[in-house]
Design a protein. Structure first.
Length: 263
């Protein structure tokens, strides 16, 4: 098979499945990893696909980084329901971490009323929400670092602080989650900071509303299996729920409206 024929077959497979892994393509096409990677490089240069760790997705699926302000108004009922569920999993007196993100920001309002917590965060918005509550009952550790458009503190300073700590639970917001790409962010430095957070947590709890499904950012920071628990909302399609149920340790799907108001 000629290179362009092989690349056309790869593109067909990406369009069919939404994404592919290098390992799958080597079996499908009977060629080496290096050959597949060269093909992906060419397709990426053509703008047909976006390379992600271990494979590729369609170029049009890769999303840019929105501002914190833009994200804060989206999917509010789902984010509030997810945050309330996540808060019920926190034990007073423990050490937890909250990543940057608008769902973790919603969770911070609940955290502010739970006594005796030590809270590690790389989000100024999260730290401000907890710290500004009346009679604050928590110790807040802000990592420091370089601020991104989504209000995350990232980079070597943030990573060094996180890697010197340990926490019982990590509540992790994500820009996107995808069966091939895993958990992703549009920001390369934020991906590394999120990896650091995952490494230092005993339990990783991903909080992600259903709109994040099949969204792929530039950089991945963990496969779906990195989540011990994933909390999402009932807007997630049944097929996606089935995929996530297999991939994560435990999937929790919360309703976004009272029982009586749902059809």
């Amino acid at each position: 098979m000629l290179a362009r024929q092989r690349q056309a077959r790869i593109l067909e497979e990406v369009r069919r499945a939404g994404g592919v892994r290098v390992s799958e393509l080597t079996i499908l096409l009977g060629v080496s990893d290096m050959t597949i990677r060269r093909d992906l490089d060419q397709l990426s240069a053509d703008g047909a696909i976006q390379k992600v760790h271990g494979g590729a997705v369609l170029g049009s699926q890769v999303s840019d980084e929105p501002s914190f302000e833009a994200k804060s108004t989206l999917a509010q009922p789902a984010k509030q329901a997810i945050a309330a569920q996540a808060a019920r999993m926190i034990t007073p007196g423990t050490a937890i971490a909250l990543s940057a993100g608008t769902t973790t920001w919603a969770l911070a309002r609940h955290v502010a009323s739970i006594p005796g917590l030590t809270v590690v965060t790389n989000s100024t918005a999260v730290a401000d929400t907890i710290g500004s509550s009346d009679g604050s009952k928590q110790t807040v550790i802000l990592t420091g670092g370089v601020r991104t458009p989504s209000a995350a503190l990232v980079g070597p300073v943030a990573d060094a602080t996180i890697r010197s700590l340990h926490f019982d639970q990590l509540f992790l917001g994500v820009h996107g989650m995808d069966v091939v790409a895993g958990f992703t962010t549009p920001n390369l430095a934020e991906a590394e900071t999120n990896r650091s957070l995952i490494e230092r947590a005993q339990t990783v709890i991903v909080v992600a509303d259903s709109s994040k499904w099949a969204t792929v950012g530039l950089a991945d920071f963990g496969s779906l299996s990195a989540a011990d628990i994933l909390i999402t909302d009932d807007g997630l399609p049944n097929e996606a729920q089935a995929v996530l149920s297999e991939a994560v340790g435990k999937l929790i799907v919360v309703p976004t409206a009272p029982e009586g108001s749902r059809s």
